[in-house]
Design a protein around this ligand. Structure first.
Ligand SMILES: [Zn+2]
Length: 562
């Protein structure tokens, strides 16, 4: 039987004119003794032919092969080659035998020898870079779920297309951490194949890259409808896993994203031109943020030095922690595109002497700051005033009053203690001179109203003696103090008793009443304020005492001790 076929083929080899006819006649004997035509046409009008069998003298193939015993005859081999049959081809084999298995999803999810064999066949096929069917191979590969992948979150396994998977690099593992939408190629998988299939190994944007002659991105280019993004901007630019990463931000992801955005800052925000003309004359311009830009400007993902995350509009470039590129022009440009706080604000803060962190505190808590301001306004009480109608007349009268003041009396008790003169008159005196228009008695040291009232309705305050050196009871030698300031004055005032008297004499009682101030050596409140009448009276008292008894305070205290 085979012998007869050898004779037939030898005869036909001499009749090349019959080639077109015999191509579609069942003259071919296969290894399994089936009889087929050399080629198939998809339709009678079609010119493209698919071989039904291949020529292979040695080795194995998944393709149907022409009966090998026939091929030992060189004339037969030459005849079959002559009508267009060929040796099996790895690209064809992948396209026709391997990928269809994966397209039907018939493979069980086991890491078997077959998978490894398929992968190495695909790898080999892709290396035939000048093959006529290369484009078809690549587009079929991209549509075929032939890659075994595992889910980053659930460690599930599934078949995925090259477009659906990522390489398991450290960068991508960090970026997609916890994101269950993401599938990584299950290992082992040849690295070169990842490259050939264009599987991502690092963060990269999905954005148009086709540009026109002036370097602008072509978005639409049809008759009377031309759209382009200026300077590399694509309004549809996206980044895989961005929203998830922003919602589950860590400092590593934030730094990674910052570096990514530095490199791709042209994709954040840009101008899109629309025109009826290819020349873009009379173009309409619009500034747009891409999906990348929108997400990165509004989510809280930028860390400050403490590792707390803020949205860009809450942060200055200088607030970013170590490890973030922030001093370059690129970083400043990025900060502007993201809408970060402006450096001018910081310069203003520096001018005003306000610490930078206080600036953002003010900006982010306007309600709190306003409430604080109102509280301060409320606290601002009006100062009391007690102006003398005729200061000279008051000085005269004060001198007379001082002269007729009672001399302090002492009584020997366990300690030398002065018996207090009529304290109620002193209090009435102080009340008269230190109550403001609103009826509040104001402390001479802290300028605040007295903190509470007694059950009888009167404000509680301390009438504290100003200086011990005076030997007479002068009402004016007392201060109206709140309990706090009284304690501070009593226990922490380091200004010596004599100096206190001198300080009073040095104040010009005719200046503006607000400036009638004596500076004391005290830890918290060092400005002692007087009303004009009170000051005139006290000056008169001190002068009176000096005229009457100009002895030194040491002698004075020893006299009074007897
Ligand atoms: Zn006070």
């Amino acid at each position: 039987m085979d012998e007869w076929l050898v004779q037939l083929y030898t005869f036909l080899h001499k009749q090349p004119g019959l080639n077109n006819i015999i191509k579609l006649k069942p003259i071919l004997r296969l290894e399994d003794d089936r009889q087929v035509s050399p080629f198939n046409r998809s339709s009678s009008y079609s010119r493209s032919e698919t071989a039904n069998a291949y020529l292979l003298r040695e080795g194995s193939s998944k393709f149907p092969l022409v009966k090998r015993s026939l091929l030992t005859d060189d004339t037969v081999y030459a005849f079959l080659k002559g009508i267009g049959l060929s040796e099996p081809d790895i690209v064809d084999e992948v396209l026709k035998c391997i990928l269809p298995l994966y397209q039907t999803g018939r493979f069980a999810l086991v890491n078997d020898m077959r998978y490894q064999q398929s992968i190495s066949d695909i790898q080999e096929a892709l290396q035939r870079t000048s093959h006529r069917a290369r484009q078809e191979l690549i587009s079929t590969l991209n549509k075929t779920p032939f890659i075994l992948a595992s889910n980053v979150k659930m460690s599930e396994r599934a078949w995925k297309t090259p477009r659906e998977v990522y390489s398991k690099t450290e960068e991508l593992l960090t970026w997609f951490e916890g994101n269950e939408q993401i599938w990584f190629i299950a290992e082992p998988f040849p690295e070169s194949l990842c490259g050939d299939l264009n599987v991502p190994t690092h963060l990269r944007p999905s954005a148009r890259t086709t540009t026109d002659t002036s370097g602008h991105v072509v978005i639409r280019d049809v008759r009377a409808d031309h759209v382009r993004g200026l300077h590399g901007f694509d309004p549809d630019a996206k980044l895989d896993g961005l929203e998830y990463a922003l919602d589950h931000i860590t400092s590593d992801k934030a730094r990674m994203l910052w570096d990514f955005l530095l490199k791709h800052r042209h994709l954040i925000k840009g101008v899109v031109e629309t025109s009826k003309y290819t020349t873009f004359s009379d173009a309409q311009r619009k500034e747009i943020s891409s999906p990348i830009g929108l997400l990165c400007s509004h989510k809280a993902w930028l860390p400050d030095e403490n590792g707390d995350f803020y949205s860009p509009d809450e942060l200055f470039l200088t607030n970013l922690p170590e490890g973030f590129e922030k001093s370059t022009d690129e970083a400043r440009e990025l900060a502007i595109k993201l809408g970060m706080q402006k450096e001018e604000v910081l310069q203003l803060a520096d001018k005003l002497g306000i610490p930078h962190e206080v600036i953002s505190l003010i900006q982010h808590n306007p309600a709190v700051i306003l409430a604080w301001y109102q509280e301060q306004e409320r606290k601002k009480v009006s100062l009391p005033s007690s102006l003398a109608n005729d200061p000279d007349r008051r000085r005269e009268k004060a001198t007379e009053a001082a002269y007729s003041a009672t001399v302090k009396t002492y009584k020997a008790v366990s300690m030398n203690k002065r018996i207090s003169a009529g304290n109620s008159e002193v209090k009435i005196y102080l009340r008269n001179h230190h109550t403001n228009e609103a009826g509040q008695l104001i402390c001479q040291l802290c300028n605040q109203a007295m903190p509470f009232r007694l059950p009888n309705g009167e404000e509680y305050f301390e009438a504290y003696q100003y200086t011990e050196v005076l030997g007479k009871e002068y009402e004016a030698n007392h201060l109206a103090l709140c309990p706090n300031c009284a304690a501070e004055f009593q226990h922490a005032c380091l200004t010596d008793e004599n100096e206190r008297a001198d300080l009073i004499l040095n104040v010009d009682s005719t200046v503006n009443e607000e400036d009638l101030i004596v500076y004391l050596d005290m830890p918290a409140h060092c400005q002692l304020r007087f009303t004009q009448s009170h000051l005139i009276d006290l000056q008169a008292a001190i002068k009176d005492w000096l005229e009457a008894d100009p002895v030194s305070p040491e002698q004075e205290s020893s006299i009074s001790a007897t």
